[in-house]
Design a protein around this ligand. Sequence first.
Ligand SMILES: Cc1ncc(COP(=O)(O)O)c(C=O)c1O
Length: 372
Amino acid sequence: MTPEPLPLAKPVIGEEEERLVLEVLRSGQLSLGPMGRRFEEEFAAWLGVDDAVSTNSGTTALHLGVRANGWGPGDEVIVTPFTFVASANSLLYEGVKPVFADIDPVTLNLDPAAAEAAIGENTAGILPVDIFGYSAAWPEFERIAEARGLGLLEDSAQAIGAIDEEGRKAGTRGHLSIFAFYANKQMTTGEGGMIIPRNPAEAERLRSERNQGRAVDMNWLDHDRLGFNYRLSDVAAAIGVAQVAKLDRILADRAAAAAIYAEHLGGIEGVKLPSPDQGMARRSWFVYTVQLPEGTDRDAVIHRLAEVGIPAKAYLPAIHTLPQFAEFGYRDGMFPVAEGVAARSMALPFYGDLSEADATRVAGALETALRG
Ligand SMILES: Cc1ncc(COP(=O)(O)O)c(C=O)c1O
């Protein structure tokens, strides 16, 4: 008999989330109420920044970030092909051309040298992603952006709590940054996102754009600019307030789970584990992805794991050959590091209370599956 399947991911939801959601439901104020503001304030305080503007997804936060940087038609922005598709889609929403550049084979983040080499006369900025919760090479990107007069947008959707090589938390370096709270993320609001503004005027504009172009003191049918409905509901914000309160514990539990995995998976021949932290950097554990040995039939491995109740997923694909980027002429073979890593990467079940027994089971099954 197959044992109970393991989950691929698991949110940490408890009584505090229930209590705060009920509070919102009973208050009758399900949107634009005090819980929304409280979530922003408590999130900003946790992160150590002056302000944070909530949105209804990480994708919508990215879209507002692209606009806030003033990127538009005729501009090019450099982005990694080894990311979730929303990072680059957000550029297309504003008519910006995504210019992909290859990744670092160790951190799997955009390679600053490749990014610099991709700069052309229409380049307006760089959109690095802290992939798998590991901070991109921010000091380098800041140097390049400063020297070339470019804007930066940080996609920290996977990296809440990550510490970069200079010991600074993702989202606190003073450029625009976004976070995402889909249900598989370290902290969740079900759906949701956050954008970290650079100054109060920018915060005001972001709050207006996410709310149909209304200024803070405006009536419902007054609008002083183009806007969107990117508001987070207060029910979702209530979950967020409870999640922020226990975020340190969530992150610590996930780091402990990753350490358990490293111990059990470390001995499997040819399987490459997530890169260890370099210097002062600390990964925020979003997913646990391994790279399978060259030439492995990954689909077959995933199928064999599924048969014994272990969900695994090819993760992430390189995105540059997706149809929405076809007009720019990207082809297989253009970004060999990203393509190679994408072809071998696989996400394993991962959650904060992963036990020694779970890790033993996954490791045993993976070894068997790799033998074919
Ligand atoms: C790197 C990255 N960027 C953006 C997003 C988009 O976030 P959302 O799903 O909340 O729109 C995700 C979500 O998985 C992501 O992983």
